[in-house]
Design a protein. Structure first.
Length: 286
């Protein structure tokens, strides 16, 4: 059965969904996106993703689509039409298709392109990777300077994942001036002496929606959180490490650049935070 996707106001079978060759998302990576997870047919942290989407649009002076206020309804409609139990909803908005290729932004009033589709992932929260922990390598962070905007410029993160794969690892953490910025598609954390350390917010990293929730839950559970840059050397010597994202939730890291952390299995802080995050966010899912 083919998926039903949403394109510019229409729900269509995926084979019939089309976007113009002049779309600025295609030609200039002039677009923003969000990924919201679905557990038990409900959306996790929709409000957070919606607010970040609005911020990304405004930071890029991109016109908000007319359907902005209907996005929750569209997400829910796609979940229903595609019978998603566990999975993801991908949303992308671009600066539209002005009808020619021109670096200058298109004339005011050019309609943004809006695309949403589902990815079914049965058992998303019960991943074998989370039970075993994952291995990461470090790579240089050569991305542009506005990583706080969630744009579709994902070539380097894609290359980073391929570098990790080639090295026999699962993912990569990026390093700038010796300090870890973030993972290719996640926020990075280490644990030392029971303290959770993660890079402070700025333009150097994406302001993860999962990060915000996890740090709130950690503080509510009386855990100590330090928001500051940490070096890759400090990470390799940490007691534990983990990363967060909407699709991986809280993912324990058991090896960094070949250095085994602790006893090589998911640590107690990461394990507990994963449980709390999943429990709490299911409660507030919409
Ligand atoms: N950093 C980067 C570079 C990402 O691509 C992502 C996932 N989109 C994250 C962090 C995590 O953000 P979130 O928790 O909102 O999924």
């Amino acid at each position: 059965m083919s998926r039903i996707v949403y394109v510019n106001g229409e729900y269509l079978p995926e084979e019939e969904a089309k976007v113009s060759v002049f779309d600025r998302g295609f030609l200039f990576a002039d677009g923003v996106y969000e990924v919201t997870s679905v557990l038990g047919g409900k959306l996790i942290d929709f409000d957070g993703h919606f607010r970040r989407l609005q911020r990304s649009l405004s930071e890029l002076d991109m016109q908000a689509p007319e359907v902005l206020g209907e996005l929750l309804e569209i997400h829910r409609e796609l979940v229903a039409r595609n019978e998603i139990g566990d999975g993801l909803i991908y949303l992308q908005i671009t600066r539209g298709a002005p009808g020619d290729r021109d670096f200058a932004f298109p004339p005011e009033g050019t309609a943004p392109t809006v695309v949403l589709f589902t990815q079914s992932k049965p058992g998303l929260a019960d991943s074998p990777q989370a039970r075993a922990g994952v291995r990461v390598i470090s790579i240089e962070d050569i991305r542009w300077g506005r990583r706080d905007i969630k744009t579709v410029q994902l070539l380097y993160p894609s290359m980073g994942k391929m570098m990790a794969k080639k090295a026999g690892a699962d993912d990569a953490w990026m390093i700038e001036d010796g300090f870890v910025t973030e993972g290719t598609s996640n926020n990075a954390y280490i644990v030392r002496g029971g303290r959770i350390i993660t890079r402070n917010l700025g333009t150097e990293i994406l302001h993860g929606i999962t990060r915000a929730a996890v740090l709130r839950f950690a503080r509510e559970a009386q855990m100590t959180v330090e928001e500051r840059p940490f070096t890759i050397d400090e990470a390799r010597e940490a007691d534990e490490a983990f990363f967060t994202s909407a699709s991986a939730f809280v993912m324990p890291v058991v090896e960094i650049d070949g250095a085994v952390l602790g006893n090589g299995t998911p640590g107690p802080v990461a394990t507990r935070l994963r449980e709390i995050y999943l429990d709490e966010s299911r409660k507030t899912a919409v």
